[in-house]
Design a protein around this ligand. Structure first.
Ligand code: MIC
Ligand code: SF4
Length: 645
């Protein structure tokens, strides 16, 4: 029987389990990446593992998120990361070098290999025909220590791209269409494998826009074949030697095949406040625009920005529009500059930001109150921009450029311009001098630890009876941005007691206080949620900080993959309602009791929850593999490691 691309890669990396969708497998990881906002915690955990050097083929630590550096905290974290990289044999990508996913695609990704990264957009590198997945920092640390990465063996959905894109419609519109079809929920345990003549015609950076935002569907990852386009890209990166072809077999089997006709697509937008709230740009009926942000790891490639430079050449940003430009990498910026395109963008009024995450994570360029902001990034969750009442729309670079000119939502086809062609350089100008390669001679070095950096907290073993209060009841599609905000709070990523003060800050500002009170009274906290709990970021702080506040279980209608893994890693039970009606009956403040927890978890049977306040009971499922049971019983993965020593 033939294999698809994903099966081919998994088969070559399988260490535990069977290549059968639905069961847990452990795979060998060739490369890892971390970024600074999740990296400090990942490396603190790696330090606790007692391994002298990383065991992967390549591990890269990027500094790209917290580069605004107000206060000492971020700069201290950067120093810590630099010293850790030297000690453990990790490549450090210095602040200023660019956004991890864009840089990894340019300089390190290779067809056929595996990559995990402590960032949910790690699937970006799927554009090169590699199996690239987001994970919590602890999972990445374990992979660096040479251990398998565990995941549910995915079901593979083939997305067949037919036909050809028309002028002014681009890769962002393809992934917005995919989001319209699949939405942001219900895709756990799935991988999107792209193919068809439409896919073959897309360049690697265009494919990367699509694999990047597959993360918004909640899939394990997305992948393209490795073909002539891949070779062209790698050659342009002076890395043709890394090329190898990777195609599905002719008789490969897929769980489902979905067809998208590229010729039928039109400019689309994700309206506030979810990446799957899709509409056509034309239907936005001239909504006035206050801000346009061009960049992020989704659409900040050379091709994207040259296209915008050509559209804007000789024009000036509309007086009502604040036009923000953040190139994805130093390579993109330098190539733009040397090609003269940067000058055109600056002349058009672009406010040039650092080539880093910046506006995308809300740690700069928050728009005015009630603003309409058009962004080429990948998430428009409420408050993520840093302005709670702003309306953020996700759009293609072409649609963004049109709004810069007109000051309102404009279908770029209505600009009356000829769609400017973009030639990709045969060879990019490459300068790797902002990578610090580990020097083998310098193995023993001092680790810099600023006052903001604390030890990763550990949970206690799972008690036999959970006596708890429902500290919060939330609805569907709660993102990790809701659970623990980023933006201005990101500088506390290495300081769990401080960061924990902000858990659910924008949903219930009293959450942290109430949780502490319940914990001090000797009880546990329980979070109750609807479907798709834990969408978005991979930040394990969305598990660590609630754990620190005494949360022992989350009862939800369904969970997203990375967040569920993070909860387990820190000893928090992910419990699933068996009947949606039970979700309706429970309220914040209810007293719950779960007896015989250890025994029932061990046996893999449903748990009975008694709602003492309401005088009723209901059952929940706790579907865990044998490995995961051991972790939750011990109160977290770090505890299992100490027990096994
Ligand atoms: C994001 O886009 O939300 C982030 C910030 O890159 C996160 C990681 C983090 O929270 O540090 C992600 O996507 O995983
Ligand atoms: Fe950075 Fe935004 Fe990409 Fe996250 S989504 S890695 S914050 S650019």
């Amino acid at each position: 029987m033939g294999q698809n691309i994903v099966e081919k890669i998994i088969a070559r990396h399988l260490m535990e389990g069977q290549l059968v969708p639905g069961g847990e497998i452990g795979i060998r990881i060739d490369q890892t990446l971390t970024q600074d906002a999740t990296g400090t915690m990942a490396y603190l955990q790696l330090e606790a593992m007692d391994v002298p050097r990383v065991k992967t083929d390549l591990s890269v630590s990027y500094i790209d998120h917290n580069t605004i550096q107000i206060g000492f905290e971020n700069a201290d974290d950067h120093r810590y990361l630099q010293s850790i990289a030297r000690k453990f044999g990790i490549v450090l990508s210095r602040a200023g070098n660019g956004i991890c996913h864009q840089v990894h695609l340019e300089r390190f990704g290779k067809p056929g290999i595996t990559l995990i990264g402590s960032d949910s957009h790690t699937p970006t590198c799927g554009a090169l025909g590699m199996l690239a997945m987001g994970a919590g920092g602890l999972d990445v640390a374990q992979a660096m220590a040479g251990e398998p990465f565990y995941l549910i063996c995915p079901r593979i959905v083939r997305i067949n791209l037919r036909g050809k894109l028309t002028s002014w419609v681009s890769a962002k519109d393809i992934i917005l269409k995919v989001l319209q079809i699949f939405t942001t929920k219900g895709n756990v345990g799935t991988v999107f494998e792209y193919g068809g003549e439409g896919a073959a015609a897309l360049s690697v950076p265009e494919r990367a826009t699509i694999t990047n935002m597959g993360a918004e569907c909640g899939v394990t990852t997305s992948i393209f074949p490795s073909d002539e386009m891949t070779r062209v890209f790698l050659r342009a990166q002076h890395r043709e030697a890394d090329f190898r072809e990777l195609q599905p077999d002719d008789d490969a089997i897929y769980a489902k095949v979905v067809e998208i006709d590229l010729a039928e697509l039109q400019p689309l937008t994700a309206r506030p406040h979810s990446p799957d709230n899709i509409g056509t740009v034309r239907d936005m009926k001239n909504i006035a625009v206050d801000q346009v942000c061009l960049g992020s790891c989704t659409n900040s490639s050379y091709k994207d920005l040259v296209r915008v430079a050509k559209i804007l050449k000789g024009r000036t940003a509309h007086p009502a529009v604040s036009f923000i430009l953040a190139p994805g990498s130093r390579q993109v910026l330098e190539n733009l500059a040397r090609g003269g395109y940067l000058a055109d963008l600056i002349a058009a009024g672009a406010r040039l930001m650092e080539n880093a995450c910046g506006f995308c994570i809300g740690n700069s360029q928050s728009p005015q109150s009630g603003a309409v902001s058009l962004r080429t990034s990948n998430r428009n969750f409420p408050g993520r921009s840093g302005t709670m009442d702003a309306d953020v729309y996700l759009v293609s670079p072409e649609t963004a450029a049109a709004a810069v000119i007109t000051g309102h939502f404009t279908d770029p086809r209505d600009l009356g311009m000829v769609y400017p062609p973009v030639e990709m350089p045969e060879k990019f100008l490459i300068d790797d001098s902002m990578f610090l390669r580990p020097d083998n001679a310098d193995r023993v070095s001092e680790i810099h630890r600023g006052p903001n950096i604390g030890a990763p907290p550990k949970n206690t073993a799972l008690p036999d009876t959970i006596a708890a209060e429902v500290t919060i009841k939330v609805g569907d599609k709660i993102t990790t941005d809701h659970i623990i905000p980023a933006g201005a709070r990101m500088k506390y990523r290495s300081n769990i007691p401080k960061y924990s003060e902000y858990v659910f800050e924008n949903v219930d500002p009293n959450f942290a206080h109430n949780a502490q009170k319940i914990k001090t009274a000797g009880k546990q906290n329980i979070i109750v949620a609807g479907v798709s709990y834990g969408q978005g970021s991979s930040r394990e702080h969305a598990a660590i900080c609630p754990m620190y506040l005494g949360v022992r279980a989350v009862i939800a209608l369904s969970f997203e993959r990375i967040h569920a893994a993070n909860l387990i890693n820190f000893g928090i039970l992910p419990l699933t309602f068996l009947h949606s009606g039970d979700y309706e009956k429970i309220d914040q403040g209810d007293d719950l009791e779960i007896a015989n927890v250890r025994k029932l978890i061990g046996a893999g049977t449903d748990l009975l929850i008694i709602n003492k306040t309401k005088g009723c009971s209901f059952s929940v499922a706790c579907d865990l593999s044998a490995r995961q049971k051991q972790i939750v019983l011990a109160g977290g993965a770090l505890n299992v490691r100490s027990e096994n020593k």
